[in-house]
Design a protein around this ligand. Sequence first.
Ligand code: PGA
Length: 290
Amino acid sequence: SRCLQAVWCGRHPAGGPSPLWKVTIMPDTTTANGKRRPLVMGNWKMNGRLARNEALLTELKAGLASGFDAIDVAVCPPAPYLGQASKLVAGSAITYGAQNLSTEQDGAYTGEVSSGMLTDLGVKWVLVGHSERRSLYGETDETVAKKTQVALEAGLIPVVCIGETLEERKTGDTEVVLARQLDAVLPVLGSQPASAFVLAYEPVWAIGTGLTATPEQAQEVHRFLRDRLASSGYAQAQEARILYGGSVKAANAGELFAQPDVDGGLVGGASLVANEFIGIAKGAVASLGA
Ligand code: PGA
């Protein structure tokens, strides 16, 4: 069912009497036949230039123009190009997200980008806690929870990324690590409808390495995460979307998305190649017929 979310935006700046609420219609996460609606999201990381972005988005717009109504497709360009993306995807079903956001609102935070700036640019999604943010920029579970909260308060849909390293998988700690990362955001997500957030399982050893989790490995983890959502008392665990990320490409998307608990993909390298990304989106459409 569709869900209205009201976000408190403070009092009228002119001191007017009426409080400001922003009302957002949250998307359905389920399709007509009761399956979760797949989401295919491109994470461009720190790649792109004006001319290249325009060529890529123009190709994506053409290639995704029909036959993709049953899925959600999004791109996450670097922050300086969000305005460009908003213009180029206008009139298409492609939505766009940011790769990061600040825990803070406006103010003396040099180099940061706030949730208000993202909503100002019509941004819909925001990646939170990508493993590169965690490993290269010191984001902790606590930061990730705070950013998730800030995104939700702004009406952005956080795509919360979690995943184990190769070392952790080898020592048999995969579930311990994922449980810790998930539990850190559960207090924030627990009160939200499933349409308000997305989880992304991205094994660190599969990101940018060409090594993909097997469909069975992905399914095992996705099932574990959904079960943990449910056992934490979260009532909409069956509706929550859990994406797989890590070397997803057109050639492996179909078998990954065919897994019962894999609801689409977060795609890095292959999202920079129009035909690859369109092929991945086709895999998501095909998974609905599986
Ligand atoms: P990759 O990256 O598809 O290049 O492995 C995925 C991600 O980091 O989101």
